[in-house]
Write a protein that binds this ligand. Structure first.
Ligand code: NAD
Length: 432
């Protein structure tokens, strides 16, 4: 049995608790509720990899196919040292609600390998990526389950995985995986899509609160894929100022928050950031940036907080540090807020844009990538961003309106919209 603090930080137990609350409001039938609390299918695999020194190391991998009532499962693959099956289950559940809230004809899934990608050479990474696909090839496919990048993986890894899959099946199958490099069928706009989607959701929230975007400030946790483009678009699309970003520094084994008077320049910081989202501290300080403590981003006097790094950062212990000025919490990361902290945010009157709505831009453009692959055709970035804006804006208002109508927090509102759609598909199929 899992108890106390451990239970409250287990992402899958949190995902189940969140669903339970929405199931209560929706008065979901017991059998249907039970079906939606668990993944439909899980794969646990062992991947032997020949290391550069000639030895063999066996890695543990997962793929969770949470629900495919609305369409093929969809969700990224994480390479992370602290990956657990419960993290993957939680992320697969959130993918199910995410594809439903933006109304894509897809289900939810997620994958992961327990490894530290920074400690692997490019050759070892390639052999590990190909091994994962060999282990799972029969279970994935454009009409079954479509992986994509997430924390610790990137377009190059997707390219190796695609190549391995196509070699196994013996024909081109670009729709098996998204987040590919553009020459292999990747979509324009995919790299920045999650960050742009976050900023579109913030734009709509600011409008709902009657705030002028150009006079707002934001603070961001993380400076990886999502955070970089959230910062860039916050500045370039909304005209607001980003006062801080933070990141984990592998060399120093600690996190830093980078700030600069008048706001940071995310495009400059990008030029001194490695592929794992670590800013070069010496170069940042040379350019006039101050490196504060890693958690300083959370306590800054800003209008919008954007956690865009990892789970469980806004907890009962940390939520009290949020400034009274903060009006919006835009959850760009998956699962950044615990249920206990959620209650405090509600009392403080902070407008929460819940994770699976806020960061749905990535999967939305992944879906556009699949559509383009199916037609063997390319849309330009303007077309992608226009379609992304349409999907995110519509999803935002569906959630905002549901929360208002049922007088519930936005997170419950997002669950109401998503769970109702998945439940309808499950019922139509006669599963419950
Ligand atoms: P990433 O690996 O590119 O970046 C992660 C960032 O977090 C890095 O800058 C890292 O240094 C930073 N970080 C790690 N620990 C930290 C700490 N203690 N303090 C401050 N910063 C820290 O990952 P990403 O793709 O940007 O994903 C970030 C989050 O967004 C994850 O929760 C992921 O699941 C979610 N997400 C990503 C996508 C996507 O398209 N990439 C889509 C939806 C959701």
């Amino acid at each position: 049995m899992v108890t106390g603090e451990v239970a409250s930080l287990n992402p899958f137990l949190i995902a189940q608790r969140q669903l339970d609350e929405a199931a209560g409001v929706l008065k979901l039938d017991r059998g249907l509720h039970e079906l939606l609390r668990w993944p439909l299918r899980e794969f646990h695999v062992r991947i032997p990899v020949r290391m550069d020194n000639g030895s063999v190391r066996v890695f543990e991998g997962f793929r969770v196919q949470y629900n495919n009532a609305r369409g093929p499962c969809k969700g990224g693959i994480r390479f992370a040292a602290d990956e657990t099956v419960d993290t993957v289950r939680a992320l697969a559940a959130w993918m199910t609600w995410k594809t439903a809230v933006v109304d894509l004809p897809l289900g939810g899934g997620k994958g992961g390998i327990v490894c530290n990608p920074k400690e692997l050479s490019p050759g070892e990474l390639e052999r590990l990526s190909r091994g994962y696909i060999r282990a799972l090839a029969p279970a994935i496919g454009a009409d079954r389950d479509v992986p994509a990048p997430d924390v610790g993986t990137n377009p190059q890894i997707m390219a190796w995985m695609l190549d391995e899959y196509e070699t196994i099946v013996g024909h081109a199958a670009p729709g098996v995986i998204t987040g590919k490099p553009i020459p292999l069928g990747g979509s324009a706009g995919r790299t920045g899509a999650t960050g742009l989607g976050v900023v579109i959701a913030i734009r709509e929230a600011l409008a709902a609160l009657g705030m002028d975007p150009a006079s707002t400030t934001a603070s961001i946790q993380g400076f990886g894929n999502v955070a970089q483009y959230a910062a860039i678009h916050y500045r370039e699309v909304l005209g607001g100022r980003v006062l801080a970003v933070s990141c984990w520094d592998h060399k120093d084994r600690r996190a830093y928050t980078y700030t600069k008077k008048g706001g940071i320049d995310p495009r400059f910081l990008q030029t001194i950031t490695d592929t794992f989202g670590t800013v070069d501290r010496a170069k940042a300080e040379q350019a006039g940036y101050e490196a504060l403590a890693g958690d300083a981003w959370l306590g800054l006097d800003v209008d919008v907080l954007i956690p865009a790094a990892m789970e469980n950062v806004i907890t009962a212990d940390t939520v009290g540090r949020i400034s009274g000025r903060v009006k919006i919490l835009a959850e760009a990361a998956n699962g950044p807020t615990t249920p206990e902290a959620d209650q405090v945010l509600q009392k403080k009157g902070i407008y929460v844009i819940p994770d699976f709505l806020c960061n749905a831009g990535g999967v939305t453009v992944s879906y556009f990538e699949q559509v383009q692959n199916a037609y063997n055709f390319h849309w330009d970035v303007a077309e992608i961003n226009r379609r992304l804006d349409e999907k995110m804006t519509k999803a935002f208002h569906a959630v905002h309106d549901a929360a208002k109508e049922h007088k519930v927090p936005n997170r419950v509102g997002a669950y109401l919209v998503a769970v109702e759609r998945v439940a309808e598909a499950v019922k139509l199929r006669g599963w419950a």
